[in-house]
Design a protein around this ligand. Structure first.
Ligand code: PMM
Length: 253
């Protein structure tokens, strides 16, 4: 899954995709390099990020989704809003990626059930603005598994087909570096939940810390792609269904 963030403030590629044409070119190029899905998002989920309005989110993503879908590319919409999910599917997107796992918008699961499309349900413990405050796990792997299972049950109860549910541990969302590593080391526990698993490690902060220099300065966001590709390859080898990445070429290689 190649990432296309249409946000001026996204931490890793913000500001590069201001025009529809450059967004379409970026998507086409990721597909040429091996992406099967292009994940399009209009709202930043960077730690500390403020929410944007529904109108702003729609204006950012819909024109781009129309153009990219028209080329036959499989598009997923990265949103926490059911209105955006529905508009994106009408515009040609084929899958919903909700980083809040249906928690941010109480209508999300019902809307997705009616749309009849696949949904990525990510593990989430609250909005970006405050998600890195008061992080506490007694056992991060067990708690993420239980909480994801509860969200999957809620999705099934809302009428979403079992075959349309994909789970994601939400690396970096309300998690310290050590929690991220525990989840990656124990990915089999998440696979054992019995759903396809999507994982996003690409360019995340815990990789910057891993690659810190001798003075402890974290590696720049733009220089984390080799580590991202290595971690993604590890996950695919363990049996995850998909990896969400910025550098599609390095990951494919
Ligand atoms: N990470 C980000 C955004 N959306 N969606 C899923 N399903 N999983 C993730 O790990 C995830 C996501 C944040 O990264 P970005 O700002 O580089 O897109």
């Amino acid at each position: 899954m190649g990432i296309l963030n249409l946000t001026p403030d996204s931490f890793s590629d913000g500001g590069q995709f201001e025009s529809v044409k450059s967004a379409v070119d970026a998507a086409t190029s990721m597909v040429a390099r091996g992406a099967h899905i292009i994940d399009i998002g209009g709202e930043s989920t960077r730690p500390g990020a403020e929410r944007i309005s529904l109108e702003t989110e729609l204006a950012r993503v819909i024109p781009v989704i129309e153009q990219i879908s028209a080329q036959g590319i499989y598009v997923s919409i990265d949103t926490m809003r059911s209105e955006v999910a529905a508009a994106a599917i009408s515009a040609g997107a084929r899958m919903v990626n909700d980083v809040s796992g249906g928690l941010a918008d109480p209508d999300m699961f019902n809307v997705v059930a009616n749309l009849g499309v696949p949904i990525v349900i990510m593990h989430w413990r609250g909005p970006s603005k405050t998600m890195q405050e008061n992080i506490h796990y007694d056992n991060s792997v067990a708690e993420v598994c239980t909480e994801l299972q509860d969200r999957a049950k809620a999705a099934l109860n809302a009428g979403i087909d079992r075959g349309n549910i994909i789970l994601d541990p939400g690396i970096g969302f309300g998690k310290e570096a050590e929690n991220n590593w525990e989840l990656l080391r124990n990915i089999e526990a998440l696979l054992a939940l019995g759903y396809p698993l999507l994982v996003g490690v690409s360019r995340k902060r815990f990789l910057g810390s891993l690659l810190a220099d001798a003075e402890g300065v974290p590696r720049d966001v733009g220089a984390r792609d080799i580590a991202s590709a290595a971690a993604s390859a590890y996950l695919l080898q363990r049996g995850v269904w998909g990896v969400r990445v910025h550098d599609v070429e390095a990951t494919s290689d």
